[in-house]
Design a protein around this ligand. Structure first.
Ligand code: ATP
Length: 747
């Protein structure tokens, strides 16, 4: 069966041949040339000169005897053809919009909105409640005489039909006597009836007044007098002075419309857009209607061909000016699911820096799992942003006082709420920003003196040793437990393996890396740890206020995976923190304002595209509360260690050991079956610094990951009693060692 396209082509050719001169007549070349020159599909050269003798065109020079092959190949077919993916493919690749909008599904957003609404209503009620006795009632009393006069005047005007007077006068002036007489008669009728009603009303009011004064209960009198005075007070209100003032003054935010966006985009200096707008076109295309998203408006825009989102991001200040909004309201963003020219323009109702303090999502959490993402802050669109911790290292940088320490605190507090995480905290500024977390730290120092710097440098040395120990330990783990050769939650929870997550923080690390004595080695150690430690559960968090090559070795800045850059002064600092070429690609933390934008930065590596984040803020008190909770949690789980237990800090690399080899050493080949409690006591004798205090259960759980099962083994106690206890078969140990060695050989 023929493809429809083939049939089309066949048909087109046939048609062309039928149109051609059938008898091979002599062709008038000039005519043919001019005909081709005038045709819409004539060829590549459609300049005004095409076809003239002075400027011969390609078609004019074309020799009819030439073969088809010598003609330029036309890449676009002149006839419409089916192109691109088929209907089903296009339907499949089309984007489904959410049935229920995201904001309606977000419990947090819903709660926020309800909280705001309750607060707003509460404020309005309180505002007016205070003013009722102090302002509104006295005002009404003051206005009541005027209200009485107004009321009597209105009834009088009604009774004499004063509202019809202008009409009657007009008809009299026009000398329309017939209509005038009609209106006059109508007025007489009305006045008769209304006078009667007014007199009856006045008599009723008088009667009611006399009854209230002389016959009613005092309570009724008070209620009636109050209602009367307040009612008259309301009648006496001047039209331009309402009784109540507004409890809130709305800051009206102009709705974002396509017109405003088109004008603004034309004003930012992108040639394609400006020239299209000058010709009366839009220059940009809206991929979806402008909608509300979070506390702002969202426009999905297709930029002209060749223009990228980075081009717009570069001109953010001009765009803000074009939109007539503060800079902190205007956030051009790329759409990770679309092409490079798809811009998401989000325009907030208020400046991001005026959002106030962002509450940390884990502020009241009982615990956290470091294998999950750590809540970090919000983006300008109000969406929560988080940071993956395990298998990552983080670098935070900015000018002084822009919020580095706050960002570090948020990360450390998340880690502290996972009791399995060991924390090594170093703050080399000496201001005590992390002091609250000392109670959960294994190693801790705060200081800028040489001893404190040495302590931090020692930590890196120890961490390097630890990374090497872990690498060995991981290699020995059975494949089913550790198929990817990296720490998992399961492995981290086997305490005997000592492979729990370890988070080491070096705040103000420029003081360490630029130190004349300890800096160089510390830099090398940190680079080693960053490169190898990730998979082994060792994470570094570095913060610096001086991101230059002396204070931050390039081996570190080049290999770190999570980057958070608050306000920096220039391109070099920007690229040191956010990575090479970031500035060139429009990822610029120079855009933030000093102080005003404290806490706002660009987060890179945590999401597919860099994102602006306002970090959650934890002050000293909030950090202390979280640290105390983390301390209690760790105490309950028995994971406090080092400084947190008041122990002296370790200064030399810890011992490394091979558990299987050690067990094999303490269980002679003649001993086919052995109780675990015996292995424990022998191990403690062999290496007291490692196995001191071990019991049978420790041996059981330490050998389990190696595939060595514990069974009931009959034996004789030291007192000579026969009994059965938990133990291992030596052959299983030999087998496990052989398998491990084989694995090592093949690895
Ligand atoms: N996320 C935030 N939200 C609101 N305000 C913040 C935030 N982060 C920081 N700030 C403000 O900025 C101030 C400085 O923050 P921080 O101490 O973390 O800065 P820093 O960069 O660590 O300073 P330094 O370099 O001097 O140590 C804070 O006291 C606070 O007022």
């Amino acid at each position: 069966m023929n493809h429809p396209d083939d049939e089309n082509e066949l048909f087109n050719r046939l048609e062309a041949e039928m149109d051609a001169d059938p008898a091979g007549h002599v062709v008038d070349l000039d005519k043919a040339r001019s005909a081709r020159g005038g045709s819409a599909d004539a060829g590549p050269d459609r300049s005004p000169d095409a076809g003239t003798d002075s400027q011969p065109t390609e078609s004019a020079d074309w020799d009819p005897d030439q073969s088809d092959d010598s003609r330029p190949t036309l890449v676009d077919r002149t006839e419409p053809t089916a192109s691109g993916p088929g209907l089903i493919d296009r339907i499949k690749s089309s984007k489904r919009l959410d049935v229920i909008p995201v904001w309606m599904k977000s419990v947090a957003e819903f709660k926020d909105a309800m909280k705001w609404l309750a607060g707003h209503a509460g404020h309005t009620v309180a505002f007016h409640a205070v003013r009722v006795p102090m302002l509104y009632v006295p005002k009404l009393i003051w206005r009541s005489p005027r209200g009485l006069a107004n009321g009597v005047g209105r009834i009088g005007r009604w009774a004499v039909d004063a509202e019809g007077e202008p009409l009657r006068q007009a008809e009299a002036r026009r000398e329309n006597s017939e209509l005038y007489l009609k209106l006059s008669k109508q007025r007489d009728r009305r006045v008769r009836l209304r006078m009667l009603l007014a007199i009856l009303g006045a008599l009723f009011a008088l009667g009611l007044g006399l009854f209230l004064v002389y016959g009613a209960e005092p309570m009724t009198q008070v209620i009636a007098a109050t209602a009367g005075v307040l009612g008259l007070g309301m009648l006496g209100a001047p039209a331009d002075a309402p009784l109540a003032t507004r409890a809130v003054i709305k800051t009206e935010v102009q709705k974002l419309t396509s017109d405003i966006v088109v004008k603004a985009m034309a004003s930012i200096g992108i040639g394609q857009i400006a020239s299209a707008v000058a010709k009366g076109q839009d220059g940009i295309r809206f991929a979806a209607p402008i909608t509300r998203e979070g506390p702002g408006w969202r426009a999905d825009i297709d930029l002209p061909l060749g223009v990228t989102v980075a081009d717009v991001a570069d001109r953010r200040a001009r765009l803000a000016s074009g939109l007539r909004r503060p800079l902190g309201c205007v956030w051009p963003d790329a759409d990770p699911n679309e092409h490079e020219g798809r811009l998401i323009l989000w325009v907030g109702d208020r400046d991001l820096s005026k959002t106030g303090i962002v509450k940390w999502q884990l502020a009241n959490a009982k615990r956290h799992d470091i294998f999950k993402r750590n809540p970090f802050g919000i983006d300008p669109r109000g969406r929560d942003q988080s940071v993956p911790m395990i298998q990552h290292n983080a670098l935070v940088g900015s000018l002084p006082g822009q919020g580095k320490t706050s960002a570090v605190r948020v990360l450390v507090c998340g880690a502290a709420l996972d009791p399995s995480v060991e924390l090594w905290l170093h703050e080399n500024k000496g201001t005590g920003d992390l002091d609250a977390l000392e109670c959960v730290s294994h190693r801790f120092i705060s200081g800028i003196d040489d001893d404190s710097i040495k302590y931090a440098a020692d930590s890196l040395k120890l961490l390097r040793e630890e990374v090497m120990r872990r690498a060995k330990a991981i290699k020995q783990l059975p494949r089913d437990l550790c198929p990817d050769k990296r720490i998992t939650r399961q492995i981290a929870d086997i305490r005997s393996l000592k492979l729990w997550p370890l988070v080491a923080v070096f705040d103000e690390c420029q003081n360490l890396f630029a130190h004349p004595k300890y800096g160089k080695q510390a830099g090398e150690d940190a680079e080693f740890i960053i490169k190898l430690g990730r998979a082994l559960g060792v994470m570094l968090i570095l913060a610096t206020q001086r991101p230059d090559k002396d204070s931050l070795p390039t081996g570190i800045s080049g290999n770190v995976s999570i980057r958070f850059c608050l306000k920096v002064a220039g391109q070099t600092e920007n690229d040191m923190i956010l990575g090479t070429s970031s500035y060139k690609n429009g990822v610029r933390a120079t855009q933030f304002r000093p102080e005003d934008d404290a806490g706002n930065g660009i987060l890179k590596g945590a999401t597919s595209l860099p994102v602006v984040v306002r970090t959650a803020y934890l002050d000293d008190i909030a950090t202390d509360v979280i640290a105390q909770r983390a301390h209690a949690l760790r105490k309950a789980e028995g994971t406090l260690s080092g400084v947190a237990l008041g122990e002296e800090s370790q200064t030399a690399p810890g011992p490394s050991y091979d558990l299987l080899a050690d067990v094999a050493a303490v269980v002679p080949t003649t001993e086919e079956r052995v109780w675990n409690e015996r292995i424990a006591s022998r191990l403690a004798e062999l290496r007291p610094e490692v196995y001191g205090g071990w019991k049978g259960e420790n041996v059981t759980s330490a050998l389990k990951p190696h595939g060595i099962k514990t069974t009931g083994i009959a034996g004789m106690t030291d007192d000579g009693d026969r009994t059965t206890r938990r133990g291992i078969v030596r052959a299983d140990l030999t087998k496990a060692i052989a398998e491990r060695d084989e694995n090592r050989g093949s690895a």
